[in-house]
Design a protein around this ligand. Sequence first.
Ligand code: MG
Ligand code: MG
Length: 270
Amino acid sequence: MIHLKSKEEIAKLHRAADLVSRTLGMFAGEIKPGVSTLQLDTLAEEFIRDNGATPSFKGLYGFPNACCISPNAQVVHGFPSKDPIKEGDIISIDCGACIDGYHGDQAFTFAVGEIDPRTARLLKVTRESIYKGLSQVKAGNRIGDIGHAVQRYCEGYGYGVVRDLCGHGIGKKVHEDPQVPNYGSAHKGELIEEGMVLAVEPMINMGTYRVRQLKDGWTILTNDMKPSAHFEHDVAVVDGRPVLLSTYKYIDMAQGVTSDEEKPFEYNWE
Ligand code: MG
Ligand code: MG
């Protein structure tokens, strides 16, 4: 069942999403060779708790950590580990926080130092694809319009769009209806309505779209062991149009870059 949210609830979801965005922003200065992903996870949990929130993923379906951290060929649901990060790695971090009963859920794939130019393009295109999807989150459209836009854009570069995992509704639970696939047909699926809040999260592989799960029961990695990127934003339908609840501005600020990609999705929260 799809729970549509009031503007008051959307404001609370924005608060939670913004805290996750600030947590990811903090990572931008911390991800460097020699640091372990477990150290990053500890930092995230401390930051979330210091801000009066709880890490949404810790204990969710039995997951032990605050963040899913998935390097290189890992797609999603990787465990933070003691292995040190290396120059040239890409690190996908997926993080969630709950404040006042409402969740935020966001992901970003970070480059560690100089990375292979082909991998850099995968990150760029996956990040761009999320906005192709978000622009479809309008009242009157259908859920299939989102995945259709993401798929078209990414397959145009020859990339594999992961089928086995998808985005979702978000609210008082991290994962709510509807499911939001990153592939599919335009004009198909559930109707997008005022008050709908979604986590849109393209998982895009450099090679095949096929993935497999490790015996740990969690870690998803690409079948061909080529790299995979994961970007995720929370978005609400307000006044019929897509409004971003999460932001990459803290990451961009920390990395000294500017972008106007979020402009069409801004909202005056005052
Ligand atoms: Mg997530
Ligand atoms: Mg999610």
